[in-house]
Design a protein around this ligand. Sequence first.
Ligand code: GLA
Length: 413
Amino acid sequence: MKKLAICAFLVISSLLSAQEKNKYAQDYTKYPNLALTPPMGWNSWNKFACNVDENLIKEIADAMVSTGMRDAGYTYINIDDCWHGDRDANGFIHPDPKRFPSGMKALADYIHSKGLKIGIYSDAGALTCGGRPGSRGFENQDAKTYADWGIDYLKYDWCSSESLSAEGAYKTMAAALKRAGRPIVLSICEWGDNKPWDWGKNIGHLWRTTGDIYNCFDCIEDHGTWKSFGVLQILDKQEGLRKFAGPGHWNDPDMMEIGNGNLTAGEERAHFSMWTMLAAPLIAGNDIRNMNAETLQVLTNKKVIAVNQDKLGVQGLKYKDDGDFEIWFKPLENGDWAVAFLNRNATPKTYNFDWKNNQFTDDEVSKLTFNSSNQNYSIENLWTDKKMGNTNKSFKFTVPGKDILMLRLSPAN
Ligand code: GLA
């Protein structure tokens, strides 16, 4: 009897102390069930850098609707660096009163009224990359402020991070956002420096894998102390990362440069197709109020977008690499596959692909097998909408220089 009483006492007291502990325990995990497919939207940085104000953002929201981009799936209007004014005497951050005179809450209301969502930008250090106030030491206050404004997405940068631990700093913001209680997507932006794919899955919904994109197809821009990278260079840096991506936690190869005046139509197609094959966030970075028909067609190609937004959420794999010519596969729902033939070279490439001699299993992620001997697939060209026969025959085609052929294969009888 005495033993039983002691036992009961021990059990009850350990339960109590667990409860006591929980009262103070931090929840360092991200808000759940967000970004179950790669986020789609727009961000101000690539085109406008620090020149952001509320009129621009409202006009972009209007254009999202009038161009059909919203209906094609683009949701987030993300204001990048330089929206900030000062902190007040109590530490609360305010937007720049000249650029955002109506305040962020009013802007968020406007964006929400269009059926869109709003994103904002901060930094884990004391200053953002543009020298504006960062969130270091103000994480809880900032998260609460964003939630009160109605913010839906936070891009959290890594300038002036000094000796901070990246994992710790992003956990701190994840915990602050969680406590603020609003579903806010957390976009980890530390440029892949601290291998965020190793620790980011439960902390953020996406993580940048590289330094900044540069507006070119195939170049590296040296800024002295740092470099930025063309579309192909960013693509090459995704090697080895596909196993870390999945619903709610994506590799982010940076915002797109489509429509920023430096890519040919073929390069824009290739850029967009490869971002969809990578299951990358599709964040447009151009002035969508003024874009030509070709750019709009690229950004709103619903069949290509469907590859990106496929519910399986499996990042595509590079199946073959002949230097300037690459073949990529991405497993999709219902036994479909997307296939992309990327010509990195300026000369057109004629190729004969025998489906039956190219069977493989995606051992690394989906465990799915592509075997056209067991299953015949019909072929659709996603950029021309043309049906291109089936996989019973070998497939001869030409990809123009610096362009792509992107297909969807669907099981056929
Ligand atoms: C960093 C980020 C960019 C952009 C700028 C803003 O370079 O990687 O995407 O947000 O800061 O200053």
